[in-house]
Design a protein around this ligand. Structure first.
Ligand SMILES: Cc1cc2nc3c(=O)[nH]c(=O)nc-3n(C[C@H](O)[C@H](O)[C@H](O)COP(=O)(O)OP(=O)(O)OC[C@H]3O[C@@H](n4cnc5c(N)ncnc54)[C@H](O)[C@@H]3O)c2cc1C
Ligand code: FES
Length: 379
């Protein structure tokens, strides 16, 4: 009896390291050829310490006819976020894992869940899947939160928030976080929110409730009623805009105009873009070339389409993320050929024999073929 108690744990006491490792060896033998972690992943996919962070969809709630808020329970390794940041999400659509980026629409919540609000865009593969087909219980891949579109600390006395369409998403995260604090917010906030029409405006009632409660001054602008917002007349909507720190998120046209407006007046502006500004995307006669992918597939590409889009259009699975040149999630090695950076026209070349054997890393979401080129790795 004494020898049994010497080699095993006393009742109620935790197993010692030697017993734990013996048990682990038995368990590993039992699940071979699988890894023990693979088995844990099946029964407890949100556990910490696994390879790759996952999340489970808790609920999908319609916001408008074409948008929905998706509440996600992240795995234990989720490191938290600051309102205004975004998360990269990997979603399996028809058996293919696609990565997209979505702003977090809450501050850190007591229940630890994350929320994103997605607007389904015409022909959008992932956005339509998330809005119309995602269901509670489904798993998604996650990466840790990133992004610089966050309010400074301390929060300035006067803020101007300019948002359009789904560009309200990072801003609603900031506002929810501010207004959920026990201490009243000592910031004078003006929010100019633009949308095509009233019926498709996300968070409309919530924003109006904040306006009515005196939390912020809300200016609603609907294209079908007021016409397209001309930022040169912004000071008619917000007369003291020169005293305010401006944060803006929306389509490129609005942000470009706002950047010029603020630069001309020496005003501070922080923006978040959902799509990159691609200088040559409109097509300027730049010639493309044939792109050869790792699986040997050859696809003709024009000189204005990102190689990521070219690949996905041909059914080649590629790593991706923000699709706008910021996250590096799409970087693959090019072993030969030339690509053009669609943001600034810069050419990158890889010459076999001269370039190292591992090739030159390129960001496929903002690079177009500038002649024939060979991409080595795909996912
Ligand atoms: C930092 C960041 C935060 C973002 N936050 C949000 C968010 O909170 N909510 C949200 O709904 N989206 C957000 N997006 C956009 C999102 O990542 C996807 O681009 C969007 O959902 C479209 O993906 P898709 O697979 O449906 O479209 P795809 O299948 O990739 O594209 C379909 C077509 O639409 C075009 N397209 C792609 N993206 C856009 C776009 N954003 N606007 C207009 N046309 C587009 C493509 O060129 C293509 O022609 C964010 C993007 C970034 C970079
Ligand atoms: S997908 Fe983010 S940099 Fe290309």
């Amino acid at each position: 009896m004494a020898s049994i108690s010497a080699s095993g744990p006393a009742r109620g006491r935790p197993a010692g390291p030697s017993l734990r490792s013996a048990l682990r060896r038995v368990a590993e033998a039992a699940v071979t050829p699988l890894e023990l972690g693979d088995v844990f992943d099946v029964f407890h996919p949100l556990r910490g310490g696994r390879d790759g962070l996952q999340g489970r969809i808790v609920s999908v709630t319609a916001e408008t006819a074409e948008s929905a808020t998706i509440l996600i329970r992240p795995g234990r390794d989720w490191a938290g976020h600051v309102p205004g940041q975004y998360v990269r999400i990997g979603v399996d659509v028809d058996g293919v894992r696609l990565w997209r980026t979505y702003s977090l629409t809450h501050g850190p919540r007591r229940d630890r869940n994350l929320s994103i609000t997605v607007k389904a865009i015409p022909d959008g593969v992932v956005s339509n899947h998330l809005v119309h087909r995602a269901r509670a219980g489904q798993m998604v891949q996650l990466e840790q939160a990133e992004g610089e579109f966050v309010l400074p600390t301390p929060i300035p006395r006067k803020l101007l928030l300019v948002t359009a369409g789904s560009g309200i998403t990072p801003v609603i995260g900031m506002l929810r976080n501010l207004f959920s604090r026990r201490v009243p917010v000592d910031t004078d906030i003006a929010l100019v929110h633009v949308n095509q029409n009233e019926s498709s405006a996300m968070f409309r009632d919530e924003l109006r409730a904040h306006g009515t409660a005196g939390h912020l001054r809300l200016v609603e602008r609907y294209d079908d009623r007021h016409g397209i917002l001309d930022v040169d007349h912004l000071d008619e909507l917000v007369p003291d805009l020169r005293e305010r720190l401006t944060y803006a998120c929306g389509p490129a046209g609005l942000l470009d105009a706002l950047e010029k407006h603020h630069a001309d007046r020496g005003l501070s502006l922080t923006t978040e873009r959902f799509r990159p500004t691609l200088a040559t995307l409109a097509g300027d006669g730049q010639s493309g070339g044939t792109v050869t992918f790792a699986d040997g597939r050859e696809v003709d590409a024009d000189g204005a389409t990102p190689i990521l889009d070219v690949a996905e259009g041909a059914g080649v699975l590629m790593p991706s993320g923000c699709r706008m040149g910021i996250c590096m999630g799409c970087v693959v090695p090019m072993t030969s050929g030339a690509v053009r950076d669609l943001r600034n026209g810069a050419i990158t070349t890889a010459v076999p024999g001269e370039t190292g054997p591992d090739g030159i890393p390129i960001q496929t979401c903002i690079s177009a073929a500038a002649g024939a080129c060979e991409i080595r790795e795909t996912r």
